[in-house]
Design a protein around this ligand. Structure first.
Ligand SMILES: [Zn+2]
Ligand SMILES: [Zn+2]
Length: 241
């Protein structure tokens, strides 16, 4: 469609169907924006002063003995997240994961790229590896939401996306209602490195939508290290508690 005609068609569409925020239906300034300013301001960033540099959580107890870090696998150098799973964030994750709203992956990746944590996790990474879904789940959903986020993040940060390196070899129960111990056994043995040559000697940054106890990222990091990855960090859009 010629440019002028496309602009006219968009103006007409905007008149009858004004672009609206995906979370609150409030108005957005540009049709490309999915979130209104008010919802964007409610996205609470994780980390900062008084937070653990390895996991981004508020440090509890004595320094060097972060409670959250104790549950992370030794293969994970850092496990950081851009935002708390609060305010509009659960809706954003749900819309990307279950409602097919792919464009939200770009919104999430932009927030992740702008967060100061990106310097320590994305900066040194040679490859970005999305946490894989079991093939059957990906087939049913039609896509892997973590892969969408990782692809957008790779584009925003000029990093290489490596999608076929890691595979989920068995389906796992949804982790929502599981305790930390149950989560660890739920994902134990769930991942394998499908292409060791893609990770050998490389600095890997795992990408996922949400981290809760870090059990999934820890299980992925363990197999990546076993297969010769130089270092493994994890970066997720959201951190749930
Ligand atoms: Zn809104
Ligand atoms: Zn920590």
């Amino acid at each position: 469609m010629p440019g002028a005609l496309k602009a006219a068609a968009e103006a007409l569409t905007d008149f009858f169907y004004p672009p609206a925020c995906v979370c609150c239906s409030g108005s957005v300034e540009h049709r490309e924006e999915l979130l209104c300013r008010s919802c964007l301001e409610k996205v609470a960033p994780l980390g900062g002063p008084g937070h653990c540099p390895r996991c981004g959580m508020p440090v509890q107890g004595t320094e060097g003995a972060c409670t959250f870090c104790k549950g992370l696998g030794s293969g994970l150098e850092t496990a950081l997240s851009a935002a708390w799973f609060l305010g509009p964030v659960p809706d954003l994750v749900h819309l990307l994961k279950y409602q097919g709203m792919h464009r939200l992956a770009l919104t999430m990746a932009r927030l992740m790229a702008r967060h100061p944590a990106a310097d320590s996790v994305i900066g040194p990474a040679e490859i970005l590896v999305p946490v894989p879904l079991y093939f059957w789940r990906e087939l049913r959903r039609g896509y892997n939401q973590s892969e969408r986020i990782a692809a957008a993040l790779a584009g925003a940060c000029g990093k290489r996306l490596e999608t076929g390196a890691l595979a989920r070899v068995r389906n796992t129960r949804t982790q929502t209602r599981l305790s930390a111990v149950q989560r660890r056994s739920n994902v134990a043995g769930a991942f394998r490195v499908a292409r060791p040559q893609a990770v050998q000697g490389r600095s890997v940054c795992l990408i996922d939508d949400v981290m809760t106890t870090g059990a999934t990222a820890s299980a992925c990091a363990a197999v990546l290290k076993e297969n010769g990855a130089g270092s493994v960090a994890a970066y997720t859009f959201a951190r749930a508690q």
